[in-house]
Design a protein around this ligand. Structure first.
Ligand code: FBP
Ligand code: MG
Ligand code: MG
Length: 332
C-alpha cells in the first residue's frame, strides 16, 4: 500500500517533511474541490488587503495551516492572514502561501490553485524572514486543481512536475526538469483594462492584435483564465506570455498580484524552467520584498517575449505613440 504524499526521489532531504505536508494538504484540498457543494464560492468576509474572502479561501487556509504543523516551519504567512502565524519555535523555514489562487473561479468549476514560497527562517520578528531579497527563496511551487491535480516545484535546480494519482493519494513524478517552450504566439492579459494600461503595454498588445499585418507579422492567440496558477501552468507546458501590469485604476498602481506569495514563487518556477519574469522591465527576483501583502506588476513567460515587453518600456514616449505599425525593430 503506498503512503499518501509525494515521490521524494528528486526532493532535497531537508525538504521532505515540508513537501509531504504540502502534498497531503494539496490532495485533501483537491478532494474538497472535487466534491464541490457547501457554497464554497460564497463570500464570507474580507482579508486584510480588502479582497473578498470566499468560503473556500478560508477553508484552504485552515487546511494548509493544519497540514503544515510539525513540518519544520517557524512562520506561516498567508494571503488570508494579516500577520504571519508562529508555528514551531525550532522551525528553520518560513512559508508564504496563497492557499487558494483564482478564487473568482470557484463557482464556475474552472481551475484554481495554491502557490507557496519557502524562505529561510531568521531570528527576531516574523518580518525578518519575509521582507528580504526575493532571490533568498529556497523553494517555490504551486498546486493546480484542474481536470488533473498537479504539483510544480523548484528547489533552485530546475522545475519539477508531479501529478496526483487519486487512487493512491501520491503525487508521482511526471517530469524532473520542465523546459518552457519558446515557440508559442499566445498572450494572456485581462484586456478589459486596456484603457487603464500604461502606453508601452498598450503598444505591445496593439502590435500582437495587429497580427500578420502588424509589425510582429504574426497572428497571435489570447487566453485569460483569471487564475494565475492556471496561466502559469499553461505557459510552462506550451509557452507564451502573461501580463498583469500596473494600471490607472485606484489601487492598481502596483498591479494586482502580490509579491511574496504570488509573483516571487511564480518567477522562480519560470526562471528555473528557462523563462523570464519581470515587473515589465526588471527581474522580479532582483527586487526586495518590502511589505507582507505588497503588490507588483508581473510579466512572465518565454524569455524573448518578456524581453520584448521591456524593450517597449525603453522606447521614448513619442516613438511608442507615433510609430505604431512601423516599428521594424519589433518584427517577430
Ligand atoms: O480578475 P482579474 O483582475 O482579471 O484578476 C485575476 C487575477 O487575480 C487572481 O485571482 C488573484 O488571486 P486570488 O484569487 O488569490 O486573490 C489571480 O489568480 C488572477 O491572475
Ligand atoms: Mg492569488
Ligand atoms: Mg488567494
Amino acid at each position: 500500500m503506498s503512503v499518501p504524499g509525494i515521490d521524494t526521489m528528486h526532493i532535497p532531504r531537508d525538504f521532505h517533511p515540508l513537501m509531504l505536508a504540502l502534498a497531503r494538504g494539496g490532495a485533501a484540498l483537491a478532494s474538497v474541490i472535487r466534491r464541490g457543494g457547501a457554497n464554497l464560492g460564497a463570500e464570507v468576509g474580507t482579508n486584510s488587503d480588502g479582497d473578498g474572502q470566499k468560503r473556500l479561501d478560508v477553508q484552504a487556509d485552515a487546511l494548509f495551516r493544519d497540514a503544515l504543523k510539525g513540518a519544520g516551519l517557524r512562520w506561516y504567512a498567508s494571503e488570508e492572514q494579516e500577520d504571519p502565524v508562529p508555528m514551531q519555535d525550532e522551525g528553520t523555514m518560513a512559508l508564504a502561501i496563497d492557499p487558494l489562487d483564482g478564487s473568482s473561479n470557484i463557482d464556475t468549476n474552472v481551475s484554481v490553485g495554491t502557490i507557496f514560497a519557502v524562505y529561510p527562517a531568521e531570528s527576531g520578528p516574523a518580518e525578518a524572514s519575509f521582507l528580504r531579497p526575493a532571490r533568498d527563496i529556497l523553494a517555490a511551487g504551486y498546486i493546480i486543481y484542474g481536470p488533473r491535480c498537479c504539483l510544480v516545484v523548484s528547489f533552485g535546480e530546475g522545475t519539477q512536475f508531479y501529478t496526483l494519482n487519486p487512487d493512491t493519494g501520491c503525487f508521482d513524478l511526471t517530469d524532473p526538469r520542465v523546459t518552457l517552450p519558446d515557440c508559442s504566439f499566445e498572450f494572456a492579459i485581462n484586456a478589459s483594462n486596456y484603457r487603464h494600461w500604461p502606453r508601452p503595454i498598450r503598444a505591445y498588445i496593439d502590435d500582437c492584435l495587429a497580427g500578420l499585418d502588424g509589425p510582429r507579422a504574426h497572428n497571435f492567440n489570447m487566453r485569460w483564465i483569471a487564475s494565475l496558477v492556471a496561466e502559469a501552468h499553461r505557459i510552462l507546458m506550451r509557452g507564451g506570455i502573461f501580463l498583469y501590469p500596473a494600471d490607472a485604476r485606484k489601487g492598481y498602481e502596483r498591479g494586482r498580484l502580490r509579491m511574496l506569495y504570488e509573483c516571487a514563487p511564480i518567477a522562480m518556477l519560470i526562471e528555473q524552467a528557462g523563462g523570464r519574469a519581470t515587473d515589465g522591465a526588471l527581474p522580479i527576483l532582483d527586487a526586495t520584498i518590502t511589505q507582507l501583502h505588497g503588490r507588483t506588476p508581473l510579466v512572465f513567460g518565454s524569455s524573448e517575449k518578456v524581453d520584448r515587453v521591456a524593450a517597449y518600456h525603453d522606447l521614448p514616449e513619442g516613438e511608442v505613440s507615433a510609430l505604431f505599425g512601423n516599428r521594424g525593430l519589433f518584427r517577430a
